[in-house]
Write a protein that binds this ligand. Structure first.
Ligand code: HGY
Ligand code: MN
Ligand code: MN
Ligand code: MN
Length: 407
């Protein structure tokens, strides 16, 4: 499998759900997601690889050299954020398909059957933009989230995961391949590799992350006829909460804590009605769980005082809590060895973004590699990585996968 055929496939998939500004909008279990799933299944079928879909919509393409043996899983996710980037997730899936093809060729040429089989995985709903929480498919696979509960999660329009997956024909019942290890390649989504002129990142740990689900309940009234003293405006209070979530980072060392509110919905959302309800989600992340806990506790205290001051109700619920993950040293050293063999500058790196590898590392040894992101931007249409860096990453993943299947 040549670099050109990988690039042709990548740039083709990037046209599925393409947006006007060179991004993609392929949210979990939408028609656009279904089109990339069909492409994934076609790629596998063309090569005679068995395709399986499990009970939460995860897709697997199986290369079974040794029936009954467990599988090295390599892959990522094809779903995107709304108005997201072309590279986040999709790069890792297409790289894994091409790496698997190369590994298959090398094994057949060697005439030696490896102890483990190989499966390429497209995880369901890694992004969590439509259905919260994120990293859903791999977390169910790893037994960290309950499948039936996740199937009942609804989007803002009230459509459940179950209905959406049934709607696109990807609510499967297939048996999951038994995993022995996991490897994923992904864009860095930060600017460290670019700044240091390096080609590969060996991910050694992830951040502690959690979200706050916040509901602000005021009183609906007329924006004209209601006296100011009589208003219980949920949006005024919610706006102060948004600023609190941003400002709490200033209580800690620079960049020690990152936090934002990225999602806010309003009821009834009419120009001449004082809002009765605002729902917002805050995302808190830090290398230190203690910092996140301290920030969360301060926010809960300040929000309680705000509710009293405005004589309204504000409900806060913790969710999508992810502890710091350390990746096995053996996988990091394998990445460093492969990088050296390929002549690629490499360094160890921590991820602030969540990934499927963070879920998989809870059940099998996981290995994660990054390629550089131009300007370090992601979760936006401007997200970009170069063809050369993507191709180098496929080379690295191929070597890693070959080592892992050979045990
Ligand atoms: O949670 C994350 O950071 C990922 O992009 N879903
Ligand atoms: Mn991703
Ligand atoms: Mn993402
Ligand atoms: Mn009126």
């Amino acid at each position: 499998m040549s670099a050109e055929s990988f690039l042709k496939d990548f740039h083709h998939v990037a046209t599925i759900g393409a947006t006007a500004n060179h991004g993609v909008d392929r949210q979990a279990a939408t028609a656009e997601d279904a089109r990339t799933r069909a492409w994934f299944a076609g790629f596998a079928a063309d090569r005679g690889w068995e395709v399986r879909v499990d009970g939460i919509g995860n897709m697997f393409a199986l290369l079974t050299w040794r029936p009954g043996a467990p599988f090295v899983l390599i892959g990522s996710h094809l779903d995107s954020q709304p108005l997201g980037g072309r590279f986040d997730g999709a790069y890792g899936v297409i790289a894994a398909l091409h790496a698997a093809q190369r590994v298959d060729r090398r094994i057949l040429e060697s005439g030696m059957l490896p102890p483990f089989n190989l499966a390429v995985v497209n995880w369901f709903n890694e992004e969590g933009g439509r259905f919260a929480p994120s990293i859903m498919g791999s977390s169910v696979f790893a037994g960290l989230m309950d499948q039936e509960k996740m199937l009942d999660v609804a989007d803002l329009q009230g459509t459940t995961v179950r209905q959406a997956l049934e709607g696109i024909g990807y609510l499967g019942t297939d048996e999951r391949p038994e995993p022995v290890s996991y490897a994923e390649i992904h864009i860095e989504q930060g600017r460290i590799l670019e700044r240091e002129g390096l080609r590969l990142g060996a991910v050694e740990s992830s951040w502690y992350t959690q979200k706050l689900d916040i509901e602000v309940l005021g009183e609906q009234s007329h924006t004209g006829a209601t006296a100011m003293a009589d208003r219980h405006d949920a949006l005024v209070a919610a706006s102060k909460v948004v600023l609190m979530v941003h400002d709490v980072t200033k209580d800690f060392e620079e960049e020690a804590l990152v936090s934002s509110v990225g999602q806010l919905t309003l009821e009834p959302n009419s120009p001449i009605v004082v809002a009765r309800r605002v729902h917002l989600v805050a995302d808190l992340r830090s290398g230190s769980p203690e910092i996140v806990q301290a920030a969360r506790d301060k926010l809960l205290k300040d929000i309680a005082a705000l509710a009293k001051e405005h004589d309204i109700r504000i409900n806060v619920r913790d969710f999508d809590i992810r502890p710091v993950q350390h990746f096995p040293e053996a996988g990091i050293e394998l990445t460093e060895k492969v990088a050296a063999n390929l002549g690629l500058g490499v360094r160890r790196i921590r991820t602030m973004a969540g990934h499927d590898s963070v879920a998989m590392n809870r059940i099998v040894p996981a290995l994660m590699m990054f390629i550089p992101s131009v300007d370090g931007v992601s979760h936006c249409e401007r997200e970009f990585s170069t063809d050369a860096d993507m191709v180098a990453g496929v080379d690295a993943l191929t070597e890693v996968a070959l080592e892992l299947v050979n045990g």
